[in-house]
Design a protein around this ligand. Sequence first.
Ligand code: NAP
Length: 288
Amino acid sequence: MSQTQTARLMDGAALARRILEETSGRAAEIARRAGVTPCLATVLVGEDPASVTYVRMKRARCAKAGIDSRLVRLPATITTAELVATLRSLSQDAAVHGILLQHPVGSHIDEREAFEAIAPEKDVDGVTMSSFGSMSFGRPGFASCTPGGIMRLLDAYDVDLVGRRAVVVGRSAILGKPVGMLLLARDATVTYCHSRTTDLAAAVREADVLVAAVGRPRLVRGEDVKPGAVVIDAGYNQGNVGDVDFDTARTRARLITPVPGGVGPMTIAVLLEQTVDAASVQLGLAGP
Ligand code: NAP
């Protein structure tokens, strides 16, 4: 590909709309057959403005898709034990089919302990160790939503992963690590980069498929993108800026996600789809 060409955009917003339409139809079908509306419980700790906005967006999408949402607001001063008790109680509540604990919960709380209080069958955000293990071993369970959304995007654009060099920049438990495992399961050759990686540019230059999941504006330089690569930018930074220098990267890549409108909408679509999957299994309408 010559440098004057521009990459095709991977339209996550359009794909997410299609997934949500289908999810909405399935939610209505569950309500008709079981007399119960699928329900997502969202737990929000404190008043972090970004978290408040994310939760509001997720609840609005639920309403649009015909999924009930229950908001549990907890004060920032809550203890780990109290948060764990709330999540255990939601895990046992038959009217709740999926549980989302909005990250971050505050540094005084043991977030991992809180996540582990979510029953695996209701872990529609895919944050528990059980979900991560199932996903990594290719067993039934819920994918972490952003990684799951990224794989759906790659599939929608027919990206062949077998034997390709995939480079994941970032190794968080909710994003970098699980997306690497999903790429590995699809026979890509996966490299993880992180804050201690000594030559990020060299790794990026090798990538047929690049996933940026860091949270640093334009950390990945466009000139390091391999010509013809597929670039997935999961980063979201102030000012609608991703982790990849989009303007230069798009002159070299074959496919690239915009920020916003790429990975972000896919995360919510997968969350709602998995909520309907969970309701379907819990109400005896589908196998696990
Ligand atoms: P995180 O928990 O802060 O993890 C960031 C990762 O980036 C860490 O693994 C860190 O390495 C690595 N890193 C930091 N500086 C680096 C550097 N200079 N070079 C290479 N790697 C570096 O973040 P996260 O929760 O995974 O989120 C990452 C980004 O994705 C953020 O912009 C976030 O807003 C976005 N995000 C988007 C969605 C969505 O729906 N679109 C969902 C979740 C997150 P160490 O492990 O060594 O510290």
